[in-house]
Design a protein around this ligand. Structure first.
Ligand SMILES: Nc1ncnc2c1ncn2[C@@H]1O[C@H](COP(=O)(O)OP(=O)(O)OP(=O)(O)O)[C@@H](O)[C@H]1O
Ligand SMILES: [Mg+2]
Ligand SMILES: [Zn+2]
Length: 455
């Protein structure tokens, strides 16, 4: 007879206690504890399920299996996955409501099934006919694609094992439940248990599983960090609700590079790959420029991207000036402002500063520093930056320009898009001879300003 255990679980971070707590000692959120009852104590269950057929082995004696990747046929998605879905892996795709999670996975299912792979699409949120409607719109049609509207995990597992498909989609993890736990679907215990079981199914049967996860209001993957630790790959689906493009970003990947991005455009026929994203981000870039705007070459994963940075500086009506950053890290902006003040005497203590990355993409790498600094400076001085110049460089605390990675790729991308000049760190030791683009190497901020600004 299974032991019935009751516990209180923080719905935010998964912290467990025996009694109710008002405030979570782990994540600090208030009123987040919910009583959950598990039918089986997890320790005894684990021992029962896993057969001990894998004793410890010498590293040198382990035979290397070839890692089999299945390419989805959607190249942007494949790149984010690190070159396709690794067989037997569990992938989590998380994103805001309505961003297009079901769309991209239905398209992927369509591609794979038309390659002859057997795909099971478990829809816990929509009915078969709703999926059919979407499939019609996206032009997905295949005899190898099975749709299964179900929320009960035990039934889902039974059909996965019966069918033995190449790929399973679970749409979504928050909507399925296992009868082993008595709390409702979407609670931390349910999500954790279902995810655990799915991992087991994936690994022991070598079936790839992609799980959809919703994102909470705060932008976290609902139900919660534990999920990220359990799966092999976490992919975040981002985008501007008001714009048509969407960005897939790998946050964690046991089988590939992280921070890789894939860019798509949403249309009536579903998500289409954007082959040349820099063009998309520079589409609205004004060649007759205004002060306060610069172009940087950021490197997302392994791919360089050209994006426009805008800064606006103006006298503040408030006692404390505002610093607002969109698409770049605010603490990074504050650091740049501190360096500008100390090293080149730019006094912004009575000025509001706004920094914005055009296109809604997040630029988190320090190589954007110099571009941000120059955007701020050109705005303050009211001078126009040369519109055919791109900028890369990290700024150190003493105002020095520090080397960045992937410099060759960045220069090539700028050159490909018709830029005539690129400002790079002196410390990046590269040859000056690259056709069609002038390379300006700078050691300090002040040098970058004099070399970059017209008039
Ligand atoms: N006819 C259409 N033409 C163009 N775009 C559409 C059309 N129908 C839906 N869309 C787009 O698809 C999006 C919804 O996609 P999808 O259902 O895949 O999102 P989701 O992330 O699975 O949402 P949920 O969180 O509700 O499951 C809409 O926000 C809209 O942008
Ligand atoms: Mg959906
Ligand atoms: Zn907590």
């Amino acid at each position: 007879m299974a032991k019935v255990k009751s516990k209180y679980v923080c719905q935010n971070c998964g912290y467990e206690t025996a009694g109710y707590l008002g405030k979570c000692p782990e994540c600090g959120s208030w009123g987040s504890f919910v009583e959950e009852i598990s039918g089986v104590s997890s320790s005894t269950k684990q021992e029962a399920i896993i057969p001990d057929n894998n004793p410890p082995q010498k590293l040198s004696e382990i035979k290397m299996g070839t890692e089999i990747r299945v390419t989805t046929g959607i190249s942007e998605f494949d790149r984010v996955l690190g070159g396709g879905i690794v067989q037997g892996s569990l992938v989590l795709i998380a994103g805001d409501p309505g961003i297009g999670k079901s769309t991209i996975l239905l398209q992927t299912s369509g591609e794979l099934s038309s390659q002859g792979k057997k795909v099971l699409y478990v829809s816990a949120e929509e009915s078969s006919s709703q999926i059919k409607l979407r499939a019609e719109r996206l032009g997905v049609n295949s005899d190898n694609l099975y749709i299964y509207p179900q929320t009960n995990f035990e039934l889902i597992k039974k059909h996965i094992l019966d069918m033995n498909p190449d790929l399973v989609i679970i749409d979504s993890i928050q909507a399925i439940y296992t009868t082993m736990i008595q709390s409702s679907a979407g609670s931390v215990s349910q999500i954790r248990e279902c995810c655990n079981e799915l991992m087991e199914v994936a690994k022991s049967n070598n079936i790839s599983i992609i799980v959809i996860g919703h994102v909470t209001k705060e932008g976290n993957i609902a139900g919660p960090k534990v999920l990220e630790h359990m799966v092999d790959t976490v992919i975040q689906f981002e985008g501007d609700k008001y714009k048509t493009y969407r960005i897939l970003r790998s946050m964690k990947n046991r089988f590939g590079n992280t921070s890789e991005v894939g860019i798509f455009e949403m249309g009536a026929k579903g998500l289409a790959e954007v082959i040349n994203p820099s063009e998309l981000f520079l589409k609205e870039y004004n060649q007759t420029q205004t002060p306060g705007s610069t172009i940087i070459v950021t490197s997302e994963g392994t791919r360089p991207l050209l994006v426009e940075i805008q800064a606006l500086v103006g006298t503040t009506p408030y006692p404390a000036p505002r610093r607002v950053a969109n698409g770049v890290d605010l603490s990074r902006v504050l650091q740049i402002l501190a360096v500008l003040e100390k090293r080149i005497g730019l006094n912004l203590s009575r000025q509001d500063v706004y920094v914005n990355v055009i296109g809604g993409i997040d630029v988190s790498e320090p190589a954007a520093d110099l571009g941000i600094a120059l955007a701020i400076i050109t705005c303050v001085r009211d001078v126009v930056f040369d519109s055919h110049t791109a900028i890369v460089g990290e700024i150190g605390l003493s105002g020095e320009i520090r080397a960045v990675n992937h410099i060759d790729k960045r220069i090539n991308e700028a050159q490909k898009l018709g830029f005539k000049k690129i400002i790079i760190p002196y410390a990046n030791d590269i040859s000056d001879e690259i056709p069609n683009i002038e390379i300006v190497k700078v050691k300090r901020i002040i040098e970058a300003i004099t070399r970059a600004v017209k008039g």
